[in-house]
Design a protein around this ligand. Structure first.
Ligand code: NAP
Ligand code: ZN
Length: 352
C-alpha cells in the first residue's frame, strides 16, 4: 500500500522525551478522509501511553486523540464530508463494525477490539497507529466527526476525548434537570464534566484536592466545591449525589465518595485503570443499593450528538495553546495537576 512520510512528535521509550520523528500515513482508500491537523488536545492518556503506565505501549509512540483539522482529500466513496470542511477525530479510528456492540453504535466496546487512534493495531499498514501529534491523519469516514461551525476550533479539540468521556456516562445514567452530579478532580475531563452536566440542567458539585481551583470551578458552572481532604466538608454532602464522575488518574480511596452517593446512586470511574486500594467496603453499597461502574469514551454517533449539543449550547473547553515543542514541559505540568484546563497544541508549530 502506498504511503507518505510526514512529521510527527513521538517517543522511543518510556523514559525519553517526545521529539520530532517521521511516520507513514496511508494514501486515501475509497472510504478514507485525509485531514490536515490544525489543533490537537493533550489528554492525560497521552502521557500514560508515552510513559507506558498501562503496559503495552509499542514504540515509537505518537500520542494525540483530540484532533481537529481541515479535510485535504477524500476517497471516491466518501459522502459524509467534502474537501475544505473542518473535521475531527477522537480516540477511535476503526472497529469490526459487525459485533453486537458495533451494531449498537458502541464501537468503544467492540467485542473484537476497537482500533485506538494511537497505539492501536493499524489494519491497513500492520504497524501501530500513530496519533494526532502529527501533520495529518487518514481515517475511515465512519470515524470522522463534523465540527459545529460556531465553535472555536482549538477549544473544540478537547471535546473529542475529555468531552465525550464525560458526556457518555452523563447520558447513560440519564442526567437531566434536577439531577445531582459530582465530579472528582478538576483537570481536562473534570472541567468538561462540569460544563456538560450543567448544560444538561444538573446541579453540579466539584470534589477537588486543590483549594485554589475553587473560583475557577464556580466560573465553569459548578454550584459547589468540596475540598476532599476536609472531613467536615465531606460529611456535609453525605448521601447527596445521584451520579459521581471520578476522573482521578491514579490509585485513590473511593470509599469517602461512596458515602456521598444517594440511595441507588452510582460512582462511575473514568480515570484510573487498575486495582483499587484501599479495599472497597460493600456495607454502604448494600445498605443504599449503590453502584460502582466504569465507562470508556463514547461511540461515534454519541460523539457527534455531543458535538452538536456543544454547538447548540456554545460549550467548548478552557484551553492553553502550546507549541508542539513544549509538549514535554506540558506533561510535567500535567503531573502536578497544573493544567487550566486543557493544553491544545497549535500544530502549525510542527512546521517550524
Ligand atoms: P488531568 O487533566 O491531569 O486531570 C486529572 C485531575 O485529577 C487533576 O487535575 C487533579 O484534580 C486530580 N488528581 C490528579 N492526581 C490525583 C491524585 N493522585 N489523587 C487525587 N486526585 C488527583 O487528566 P485528564 O486528561 O482529565 O484525565 C484523567 C484520567 O482519565 C486519566 O487517567 C486519563 O487517562 C483518563 N481517561 C479516561 C478515559 C476513558 O475513556 N475512561 C478517556 C480519557 C482519559 P484536582 O487538582 O482538582 O484534585
Ligand atoms: Zn483522552
Amino acid at each position: 500500500m502506498s504511503t507518505t512520510t510526514i512529521k510527527a512528535f513521538g517517543t522511543q521509550s518510556p523514559k525519553d522525551d517526545l521529539k520530532e520523528i517521521k511516520i507513514e500515513r496511508r494514501a486515501v482508500t475509497a472510504n478514507d478522509i485525509e485531514i490536515e491537523i490544525l489543533y490537537c488536545g493533550v489528554c492525560h492518556s497521552d502521557l500514560h501511553t508515552a510513559r507506558n503506565d498501562w503496559g503495552g505501549t509499542v514504540y515509537p509512540a505518537v500520542p494525540g486523540h483530540e484532533i481537529v483539522g481541515k479535510v485535504t482529500s477524500i476517497g471516491a466513496g466518501v459522502t459524509k464530508i467534502k474537501v475544505g470542511d473542518y473535521a475531527a477525530v477522537g480516540c477511535l479510528v476503526d472497529s469490526c463494525r459487525t459485533c453486537a456492540s458495533c451494531k449498537e453504535d458502541l464501537e468503544q466496546y467492540c467485542l473484537n477490539g476497537f482500533v485506538g487512534t494511537y497505539n492501536g493495531k493499524d489494519k491497513h499498514l500492520g504497524t501501530q497507529t500513530f496519533g494526532g501529534y502529527s501533520e495529518k491523519v487518514v481515517v475511515d469516514e465512519h470515524f470522522v466527526l463534523k465540527v459545529p461551525a460556531n465553535l472555536n476550533l482549538a477549544a473544540t479539540a478537547p471535546l473529542l476525548c475529555a468531552g465525550i468521556t464525560t458526556w457518555s456516562p452523563l447520558k447513560h445514567w440519564k442526567v437531566g434537570k434536577g439531577s445531582k452530579v459530582a465530579v472528582v478532580g478538576l483537570g481536562g475531563l473534570g472541567h468538561m464534566a462540569i460544563k456538560l452536566a450543567k448544560g444538561l440542567g444538573a446541579e453540579v458539585t466539584l470534589f477537588s484536592r486543590t483549594p485554589s481551583k475553587t473560583k475557577d470551578a464556580m466560573e465553569l458552572g459548578a454550584d459547589a466545591v468540596v475540598i476532599s481532604s476536609e472531613e467536615k466538608q465531606m460529611s456535609e454532602v453525605k448521601g447527596k449525589f445521584d451520579l459521581i464522575i471520578d476522573t482521578v488518574p491514579y490509585v485513590h480511596d473511593v470509599n469517602p465518595y461512596i458515602a456521598t452517593l444517594s440511595v441507588s446512586g452510582t460512582l462511575v470511574l473514568v480515570g484510573y485503570l487498575g486495582p483499587l486500594e484501599p479495599i472497597i467496603n460493600t456495607v454502604p453499597m448494600i445498605l443504599g443499593r449503590k453502584s460502582i461502574a466504569g465507562s470508556l469514551i463514547g461511540g461515534i454517533a454519541e460523539t457527534q450528538q455531543m458535538l452538536d449539543f456543544c454547538g447548540e449550547h456554545n460549550i467548548v473547553s478552557e484551553i492553553e495553546i502550546i507549541d508542539m515543542q513544549d509538549i514535554n514541559a506540558a506533561y510535567e505540568r500535567m503531573l502536578k495537576s497544573d493544567v487550566r484546563y486543557r493544553f491544545v497544541i497549535d500544530m502549525a508549530s510542527l512546521k517550524k
